[in-house]
Each structure stands twice: as C-alpha cells, then as structure tokens.
Design a protein around this ligand. Structure first.
Ligand code: 8YV
Length: 328
C-alpha cells in the first residue's frame, strides 16, 4: 500500500463523529446531501475510489462493478446485511467486501420484541385511539390482545440476532423453537431450552409467533411463500426485522386482511422505501420504517466498524469483517 491516504467515498450521511474520524484517517469524500446517490454518481464513485462505504440504499451489482476502476479494492458496507452487494462479482474483481456485524444485534433484537408486544397487545391500535381523542373508557371486552407468556416462538434464522431475540423471549416466558441451516451448539440450545426444527413447514404449523432473522439470499427469497404462510394457525403472528424479500408480502397482506392469521409486525419491506399498498391501513399490521439498528449507539458503532475495516485493509491486514460468498 502506498503511503498516500486512500480515497474513500461514503455514499450517505453518517454520524458526525464517524465522518470526522474518516476525514482524519482517509482522503474522504462525504455525501453531505444525505440523498441516496444516483446510479451515475455511484458509477463515478466506483471509478475513482480506492474504497467505497455504501449502505443498503445503494445497489452495488455486477453491472456497477464492471465500471469500477483499477483502484477500487474495498467495499466497506455500513450495515450487516449485504444483499444489495454482489459479493461474488466483487471478489471476482479482487475487491474485498466487509460489513458491520455484532454491533446492531441487541438493538435489532429489542425492536423485534417491541413489534412482538405491539402486535400481540395492540399497542399501536390503542395509542391511535387515544391520540384521536376516541378513548371512551375502560371496558371488560374492548381492545383485547393475546397473552405472550407461555406461547411458542418460532425463530427463522438462529444467528446473532435470532439468538439475542431468543434470550429476550425467554424472559417474557416464551418457549423457543427455531429453524436454521444447522442446530446451534448444545451450550446455546441448553441455555435457551430451544427446540430445533429441521422442517420449516412443520415448525410453522405449530407456532404462535414467527420471527424472521435470516439474511436475504437466493435461498431465502420468499421463504415464507403463500404456501408456507397458509401453514400458520389463525391466531399466529409474524414478525420481520430482517429483509422484506423473505416474505411474500402479497400473500401476507391477503391473509392479514381475511384474518387467516392474527397479525404482523414488519420493519422491512421488499421494495423499500415503497411499502406494498396492500399492507397499508390494515389494523392488525404494525409497520415501521426499517428502525432495527436505528439507535445513536448502533450507528456510531457501525461507523467505527467501517473505519476499522478500512484501516486494517489500508495497513495491509485482512479486515476483521470480511464477507465471503460462501458465508451467504
Ligand atoms: C442498517 C440493516 O441500518 O445492517 C443491516 O443489515 O438492515 C440496517 O439495520 C442498514 O442495512 C444500513 O446499510
């Protein structure tokens, strides 16, 4: 690595402290507008930079990477999910991809619990009644939700976030079930008293609450398909803080509308920021604008990770959070 500072192009506005440190360490170009970069701006960026630091709002596909200059050697993503980056195409061009795992686990798990409680206890519906000035007084039978304690929680994807959700859910008295590519270690399974389901179909048919924590990959695209959603019991609720693409939203919306399932809490959508219009206005759907990692602490820590990944690469070492295609 030459002594010059690498040209780092950051595609979105990051926390001030992160931007300041990046400017100290690298020849950093910031996006002061905080608007997602246009395709043309991204083409220009990959053509000139040694490193780009993108986010989920950038599509770093093979076509874009064909436009990359010789200099581009690192894509240091600000975020854990890398489904907006063609990692194989990047690696084939000798470009390393890194992400920011670990630092958003607890916050995303918290938000998952918040959605679970909101849907089960109709918190948003109730809050809207009060805000609208429509609270007419307590009644024994009005606005009844469902008890959470004692129910069966089915976790799809038992990685860091799935496990963090399971730990919280245990404290709420939920029974932990999970579907994953492989069972978790016996230490974690014992700690959580978790039941492994090799068959997702069988798990779906028996759960009260389903929560999605897998990455979006070709294998998980519409994993919760219309057929699989139909396996759920009518009192079941579905939570998704992972990626919208994992659920067939049309099928989910229809089932919510016809009350074939009881509710859904969604923080992510297939065509963000566009939300499937069929989901809008449903009283049994709590919809959030991708807030999983939206805490000051997580966003600063994510920025720190981006910096550490760039700095280690710059110093000639392997960045700690390298993503390889076989990990996806
Ligand atoms: C991030 C996320 O804020 O990290 C992820 O995978 O889904 C979000 O919480 C976003 O991806 C930033 O790029």
């Amino acid at each position: 690595m030459a002594a010059r500072k690498p040209k780092v192009i950051v595609t979105r506005k990051l926390p001030d402290s992160v931007e300041t440190r990046m400017r100290e360490l690298f020849d950093t170009e910031l996006n002061l507008t905080d608007q997602p970069m246009s395709r043309e701006a991204l083409i220009d960026a990959v053509g000139r930079a040694d490193v780009i630091a993108p986010t989920i709002t950038d599509r770093i596909d093979a076509g874009l990477l064909e436009k990359a200059g010789e200099k581009l050697k690192l894509i240091a993503n600000f975020g854990a999910g890398v489904d907006h980056i063609d990692v194989s195409a990047a690696n084939a061009r000798g470009i390393t991809v890194t992400n920011t795992p670990g630092v958003l686990t607890e916050d995303t798990a918290d938000l998952t619990m918040a959605l679970m409680m909101s849907v089960s206890r109709r918190i948003v519906e109730g809050a809207n009644v009060v805000q609208a000035g429509d609270f007419k007084g307590w009644t024994p039978t009005w606005m009844l939700g469902r008890r959470v304690t004692g129910k069966r929680l089915g976790i799809i994807g038992m990685g860091r976030i799935g496990t963090a959700v399971a730990r919280r859910a245990r404290a709420f008295g939920l029974q932990i079930h999970y579907h994953n590519r492989k069972p978790v270690s016996s230490r974690i399974a014992d700690e959580l008293e978790a039941t492994y389901w090799e068959s997702l179909d069988q798990m779906l048919a028996r759960m009260d609450i389903i929560t999605v924590h897998s990455p979006h990959t070709p294998a998980t695209y519409h994993l919760l398909s219309a057929r699989r959603l139909k396996l759920l019991q009518p009192h079941a609720i579905v939570i998704n803080t992972a990626r919208g693409e994992i659920i067939d939203e049309d099928a989910l919306a229809e089932m919510l509308k016809s009350r074939a399932i009881a509710g859904a809490g969604l923080d992510v959508f297939e065509f963000e920021p566009t939300v499937n219009p069929k989901l809008l206005g449903l009283p049994n759907a709590v919809l959030l604008p991708h807030l999983g990692s939206a805490t000051v602490e997580a966003r600063v820590d994510m920025g720190e990770k981006v910096i550490i990944n760039i700095k280690t690469w710059m110093d000639g070492h392997r960045p700690p959070d390298r993503v390889l295609p076989q990990m996806l």
